[in-house]
Ligand binder design. Structure first.
Ligand code: SAM
Length: 255
């Protein structure tokens, strides 16, 4: 089996579309993982993946890369907070927000804290999705260690977290604002009518065609005037092609 055939096999076996990923980077990473687990060629690695649950999990974790933290790039979150405050004051509605590729929940819970501090106390909701079921279970448990909370303001830390031993658990009110669901950005349909979509540090792994489709679908899923917040290395240069205008470097507004 060669790498292209391996990708077809992975699609059948795991339902993950590796053709969507930037190929040079992905191939390098797969070969390095194979050598780390001691597989001498792809056939041997496939045998391992067929028979060993631990290896399957390791492979999925490796492909999906779920590094995250609360208020990742805090200065950008401050900008987002300002935009949300203006938007919610103007509209005065229940905001519908989507944190796409949410990993262990740090991102949607950061958003929930921002919403909870808005003057407009409507019933805001956050849909938080990820392709990885294991990570979603961690997100629902909402338990974190202090290193994951380094950007959380002291006021928020005191207000929204309870410390038990060395674990910090999130306040139930914040938890209840977020609904977690499995969703694949490449293969699944997108819900509509969002006021804000936050999708950060995942499209960077995808090739340009796939990125194009994702941004088109995000644009379709947003209300007119709704916002898209992307990662700190993910500026969209051709934002106009998807019907966006720039609200700030990493925030786009659907026109
Ligand atoms: C680096 S984390 C980013 C987490 C968070 N958005 C942030 O910026 O801190 C990338 C996440 O994307 C998820 N992911 C990877 N491929 C995906 C796909 N096709 N659809 C949905 N989520 C995906 C991974 O499981 C992982 O949790």
């Amino acid at each position: 089996m060669d790498l292209e055939q391996f990708k077809t096999w992975v699609h059948k076996e795991f339902g993950i579309d590796l053709f969507a990923y930037k190929s040079n980077q992905l191939h390098r990473r797969i070969l390095s993982l194979m050598s780390r687990v001691g597989a001498k060629d792809i056939d041997e690695y496939v045998k391992l993946l067929k028979s060993d649950y631990g290896q399957r999990q390791k492979f999925l974790d490796f492909i999906t890369i779920n590094v995250t933290e609360f208020f990742r790039n805090p200065e950008l979150f401050k900008e987002l907070q300002k935009e949300i405050e203006i938007y919610s004051k103007e509209k005065n509605i229940n905001l519908k927000i989507w944190s796409a590729a949410c990993s262990i929940g740090a991102e949607p819970y950061s958003l929930a804290m921002i919403l909870d501090n808005l003057k407009n106390k409507n019933k805001h909701s956050i849909l938080a999705t990820d392709i990885d079921n294991t990570i979603l279970e961690r997100a629902k448990a909402a338990e974190y260690v202090i290193s994951e909370l380094k950007n959380v303001d002291k006021i928020y830390l005191d207000k929204y977290f309870k410390k038990i031993d060395d674990k910090y658990t999130i306040d139930t009110g914040i938890k209840n604002m977020v609904t977690f669901k499995k969703h694949d950005l490449i293969l699944d349909d997108y819900e509509k009518n969002f006021d804000l979509i936050v999708c950060r540090n995942v499209v960077i792994y995808f090739n340009q065609d796939v990125k194009d489709k994702i941004y088109e679908k995000f644009s379709d899923s947003l209300k007119k005037g709704g916002l898209l917040f992307v990662g700190a290395t993910e500026s969209i240069y051709n934002y106009k092609d998807y019907g966006f205008e720039k609200a700030s470097t990493f925030i786009y507004r659907k026109q």
